[in-house]
Write a protein that binds this ligand. Sequence first.
Ligand code: NAP
Length: 296
Amino acid sequence: MAAARELSGRTRLTAIFGDPVAHSLSPAMHNAAYAALGMDRAYAAFHVTPARLREALRAIPALGILGVNLTVPHKERAVRMMAHLSGEAHILRAVNCVINREGELHGDNTDARGLEADLREHRVALAGRLAVIIGAGGAAPAAVLASMRLGAERIVVCNRTEARAHSLARRFKDYARKSGAGASLTIAARGLDALAEAGLIAQAAIVINATPMGLKTGGFAPLSYEASPSECIFYDMIYAREPTPFLAPALALGRRAIDGAGMLVNQGVLAFELFNGVAPPAGVMRDALMSALGRP
Ligand code: NAP
């Protein structure tokens, strides 16, 4: 366990709101950066239920909290509770960072940039290729946007509730058209049964899991791993000490498998800058996360 730091009457707070939140590794990352910079600031975790989200957000200016990360299940509902939204939060229709600017709440979202940075660090090449994205909830739009920014030419969104996949695909088709991003981009929507189709998976450059599937249930939807090209990358937004149920079969076939630890670090680094106006020292947040995950 990390040694407790002394808080003073001048200590300013940042935090995360989630339900559940006790498992969050964000406090370890942010507090390591404060310690490295010698800042009199601390990052706390608050268990906030959906029914009390509005109240908890209102308390931010009252308590002088500098900024707050939002995690499951608050990111989408919080959009309506912000005084201002960044362009990124607007596109993603989700907020994962709330910044207190002189008492006004500004909503931003660092998930897509965090994922994009992680994919670039892993030298993932998507230009002209197919990205298969599993999920249509809070985190899936970040996967769609990151894939677009890496130049994917086709995106197929697969979700348990197919109607939600269609609505996500429609939104991003509109965004691609209006923003001029990816004139030749096609985005399709399917149910989870599409993952078992060898014909689809055989064309994928990347398959991204943006659902909590496998986290508690243990199992993952049937997926045609063996049809994937040998260079296909399997990316799970979930991070864990062991390979996740989504990644384990890919690893067994010798495919590249990446979990969401790098995305978590990169979105956290961006959040730290938004909250504190300074960048964390290079590598400190990553080292804190890896040590919390028991990785070398
Ligand atoms: P969410 O909104 O709760 O995810 C809901 C999505 O998951 C929906 O598409 C839902 O399908 C699907 N889903 C849920 N349970 C399912 C099941 N048993 N079988 C099939 N589909 C199921 O959560 P989120 O915010 O999108 O996050 C998704 C995951 O990504 C979480 O595990 C989260 O921790 C992780 N994440 C990681 C990072 C990171 O930095 N690494 C960042 C963000 C999120 P329906 O539409 O059919 O309900």
